[in-house]
Design a protein. Structure first.
Length: 149
């Protein structure tokens, strides 16, 4: 579509197209995961959050992922058994534990991220400077849309 062409689609149509495009890109990026990575996308999301945000309680992880704490406890247990995280007592709340990513967990996240970033960088390099600038702005808007109220 030419850059100056007026978009006449309804907001509902835009919503549908955006949802479809984001979902297709997500699936395509999921296909680019590191081949030696045995973890589910959900487990990788938990690890990536721990790498980005630091140590968290199971409750905080559950809230971030939008799941119930018992489900997150199962995920954390699997990650712990595989050596991707460790649990330690909370410093001030004797009832809570804190989940911390291990070196193995950090390496898994970084290897997976590097592989997907390399694929996406390759695809971005096929676009024009104008299209990349547009995606840069769209990226900021996608983050804005994803914000919780």
């Amino acid at each position: 579509m030419p850059a100056l062409e007026k978009v006449t689609r309804s907001d509902a149509g835009l919503a549908s197209e955006l949802r479809f495009g984001v979902m297709r890109l997500r699936r395509r990026l999921a296909m680019e995961r590191h081949p030696d990575n045995p973890l589910s996308l959900g487990s990788m999301s938990v690890l990536a959050y721990l790498v980005r945000a630091g140590d968290r309680t199971v409750g905080e992880l559950a809230a971030f992922e939008g799941v119930q704490p018992p489900s997150m406890t199962r995920t954390v247990t699997l990650l712990e058994e595989a050596g991707y995280v460790v649990r330690r007592p909370h410093e001030t709340d004797g009832r809570a534990v804190v989940v911390q990513v291990t070196a193995r967990g950090r390496e898994a996240v970084l290897a997976d991220r590097d592989r997907r970033d390399a694929w996406l960088d390759m695809r971005l390099n096929t676009l024009t400077d104008e299209d990349r600038a547009l995606l840069h702005r769209a990226s900021a808007l996608l983050h804005q849309l994803a914000q919780e109220d």
